[in-house]
Design a protein around this ligand. Structure first.
Ligand code: SF4
Length: 231
């Protein structure tokens, strides 16, 4: 699956850096609460952007951006991600990778080759419930393997959990906390149901800000730093 979208400048998506965003199409999950369903369900509806053109645009922008956020969909499934990142790094730009963490070998290779400076890994619910996030087979072990390899990576790291009712509650936060115990940063995010993939998920009522802050308090027992976003 190729590059489907580009956003020129963002201050929000790469902590401490002004960045451009590149979106890959396709995903190995179909989360009912997915915020980007068009890229997941029908990526072929969007033309592929030419990586060479995009790199030329990034080269023009490198005097006022610090980095590039690689997002999706699930970008680690993208053919051509590795050579694209080599070119981005050759421009002197930092790379943040947004991933669902289900491709540990690819993540390990990108980190080993020093093509990623910042990893943002989603924790959607407890690993044993991951098979419910897709109609095809999903191995929770892949996520656990990624978490284990990330205890040793020498890159900035954050875990992210969108607090979707029905998928995240206090028990889930505790179980995820035990999984990532000692992680440097865990971001808990408010759920915005408007554009969710499934109708049922669109109708879900988001947690109150107080409830998310109480999840954050629990999360603080496990991660070195916890932030709340979107409330
Ligand atoms: S939320 Fe992320 S992992 Fe889930 S389907 Fe959407 S893009 Fe894929």
């Amino acid at each position: 699956m190729g590059i489907k979208g580009f956003q020129g400048t963002s201050l929000l998506d790469f902590p401490g850096r002004i960045s451009s965003l590149v979106f890959w199409g396709g995903c190995n999950l179909t989360c009912p609460f997915c915020h980007n369903p068009a890229l997941v369900l029908d990526p072929e509806a969007y033309p592929d952007l030419d990586p060479a053109d995009l790199l030329a645009t990034l080269a023009e922008r490198k005097s006022f951006i610090d980095g590039v956020v690689i997002s999706g969909g699930e970008p680690t499934l993208g053919m051509g991600l590795l050579p694209f990142l080599e070119e981005v790094k050759a421009l002197g730009l930092a790379v943040k990778l947004d991933t669902n963490g289900l491709t540990p070998q690819i993540i390990a290779e990108l980190v080993d080759k020093q093509l990623v400076d910042y990893l943002a890994i989603d924790l959607k619910t407890t690993p044993e419930r991951y098979p419910e996030l897709h109609s095809g087979a999903v191995s929770p072990d892949a996520l656990i393997e990624t978490v284990h390899l990330c205890t040793e990576v020498a890159v900035e790291l954050e875990y992210r959990t969108t607090c979707v009712p029905g998928w995240v509650d206090e028990d889930v936060i505790i179980k995820l906390g035990e999984l990532i115990d000692g992680a440097p940063l865990w971001a808990l995010q408010q759920y915005h149901p408007e554009h969710a993939l499934c109708e049922q998920a669109q109708e879900a009522t988001p947690y109150s800000p107080e409830q998310i802050r109480s999840f954050a308090e629990i999360a603080g027992n496990y991660a070195q730093r916890v932030v709340v976003r979107g409330v």
